[in-house]
Design a protein around this ligand. Structure first.
Ligand code: FAD
Ligand code: NAD
Length: 468
């Protein structure tokens, strides 16, 4: 049976579902193809949402063990983790989100086709699920098939002992020990989850810093705070191989002194980045080829070489972030509709959900130096914030980078409590090109975490800090 649609989205992650909803709101007849039983893609099922659920649970556990006493809260009896309930709650949170997506598909009259989408030609796609096959034709297509975990030479993911974040979010029991290869975003978030519940965690990172693509001061500060969770962090260390020996994994790596070392651990979690995923899509039939790294090339309108086929999210260049995929989904729907939407790729915030959280927007100091751009900076610590002291959350700082001439804000880098939410105001400010003076003259509620920003702007502008 052949079905005709205006727009067909292939993949139901944040890119696909956001784009499909916006397109339906604009009056198009929309279909979404998803090869898994559930909607939501990586983010909802094996990414952002389950990771944040486990991060929140373990942060509560950690606080109960380490901080409650100081708050005067006495728990009479041992505090222990029910691992089964811990994972059950995470699964329930995913369920609430996928139920929400099912509702939104129905509400917006979006036709969901279960199965793997594979192009027949540039206007036709076949959807196969087992023996069932459907053929759909579309005026427009949007490739939003996302990404899958990558690995490195010498390390083969067996999903048993040598695992990725996907398996790491659903382990059968609490691991005694875990080596994480890669000190990027997944590495530090999952290291926090497991270290807080008592797993002996080691991170092996190839570069000289954690979260190396962010402003380097953030990585340094994070190194210190993760150290407080007893996470062993090996920087400038290169993994050579990992072998599953049955009940454990033997990992060989070259350390900073160029010596070969070996560690044995219960699990080895590989977090060295993700690769674009287009397997099974049969892109060639539509006249599309991929780059060497597997990504689909698009122009500024997010069109592939075939103008009525667009691509968005992790499958194209740019940061692999859920909100970037969402923004691109909306962008494509509105572009097809003849509107002139806009995405400012320089102002897509990055957040790391450790505690304290890390959040950034705009240029890093390293980027400004590399481009020879002059800047002034203001940095203010959370230890000087009344709100942070009341909450016993005094680790971290906010750093703002501004242009010396007009005080335009060039970058904001925060490590501290609720940095993930505090960064939103910086995105607004930078999008509308406000100056540091504008930012310190507005009123900040007291006491709040965001006040550290006011002081950072004051300092960057050559004024003294005034808040405590
Ligand atoms: P995806 O979410 O990967 O969705 C693609 C969908 O396409 C999948 O459902 C897949 O099954 C389907 N598909 C693929 N091929 C086909 C086909 N041929 N036919 C039919 N369907 C197909 N980002 C953040 O912004 N914040 C976070 O906190 C965050 N945390 C993360 C934590 C982890 C552990 C991981 C792994 C990622 C995290 N990310 C986070 C990244 C985020 O998940 C991705 O950037 C986002 O999911 C990308 O969205 P997408 O729509 O491009 O693709
Ligand atoms: P990443 O790119 O953030 O980090 C990979 C790390 O692995 C880097 O620090 C890199 O130097 C290191 N590395 C590479 N090769 C290595 C080797 N041989 N030995 C040791 N270290 C090595 O990738 P990730 O952490 O796997 O995350 C994948 C994607 O998912 C990221 O692009 C990220 O944007 C997204 N994500 C986002 C969030 C969030 O927004 N909070 C959370 C998780 C994942």
């Amino acid at each position: 049976m052949e079905k005709k649609y205006d727009i067909i989205f292939i993949g139901s992650g944040p890119g696909g579902y956001t784009g499909a909803i916006r397109a339906a709101q604009l009056g198009y007849n929309v279909a979404i193809i998803e090869k898994y039983d559930v909607l939501g893609g990586t983010c909802t099922n094996v990414g952002c949402i389950p990771a944040k659920a486990l991060l929140d649970s373990t942060e509560h556990f950690h606080q109960a063990k380490e901080q409650f006493k100081t708050h005067g809260i006495e728990l009479n009896g041992e505090i222990s983790l029910n691992f089964t309930q811990f994972l059950k709650r995470k699964t329930e949170v995913i369920g609430q989100n996928t139920a929400g997506l099912n509702y939104l598909m129905r509400k917006n009259k979006i036709n969901v086709h279960r199965g793997t989408g594979s192009f027949v030609d540039a206007s036709t796609i076949k959807v196969s699920e087992g023996e069932t096959e459907n053929t759909l034709t579309g005026k427009y297509f949007v490739i939003c098939t996302g990404s899958k975990p990558s690995t490195i030479p010498g390390v083969i993911i067996d999903k048993k002992r040598i695992i990725t974040s996907t398996e790491g979010l659903s382990l059968p029991s609490q691991p005694r020990s875990m080596v994480i290869i890669g000190g990027g975003v997944i590495g530090v978030e999952l290291a926090s989850v497991f270290a807080r519940i008592g797993t002996e965690v080691t991170i092996i990172e190839y570069t000289d810093s954690l979260i190396p693509t962010m402003d380097r001061e953030l990585g340094k500060a994070l190194f210190k705070t993760l150290g407080k969770l007893n996470i062993r962090i090996l920087l400038k260390s290169k993994v050579q191989s990992a072998s599953n020996t049955g009940s454990s994994v033997a990992i060989k790596y070259i350390d900073t002194e160029s010596n070969e070392q070996e560690i044995t651990t219960e699990y080895c979690l590989v977090a060295v980045g993700r690769s674009a995923y287009t397997k099974g899509l049969n892109l060639e039939a539509a006249g599309i080829t991929t780059q060497k790294n597997g990504k689909v090339t698009v122009n500024a309108q997010l069109q592939t070489v075939v103008p009525h086929i667009y691509a968005i999210g992790d499958v194209i260049d740019g940061p692999m972030l859920a909100h970037k995929a969402e923004d691109e989904g909306t962008f494509v729907a509105e572009t097809i509709n003849g509107q002139k939407p806009h995405i400012n790729y320089n102002l897509i915030p990055s957040v790391v959900y450790t505690w304290p959280e890390v959040a950034s927007v705009g240029q890093t100091e390293e980027q400004l130096k590399a481009q020879g751009i002059e800047y002034k900076f203001g940095k203010f610590p959370f230890s000087a914030s009344a709100r942070a002291r009341a909450a016993m959350d005094t680790d971290g700082f906010a750093k703002v980078l501004i242009s010396p001439k007009y005080g335009e804000v060039l970058g904001v880098h925060i490590i501290g409590p609720r940095a993930a939410d505090v960064i939103a105001q910086c995105v607004i400010g930078m999008e509308y090109e406000v100056t540091a003076e504008d930012m310190y003259r507005i009123s900040y509620a007291h006491p709040t975490y965001s006040e550290v920003l006011k002081d950072a702007y004051l300092i960057a502008s050559g004024q003294g800090a005034i808040n405590i």
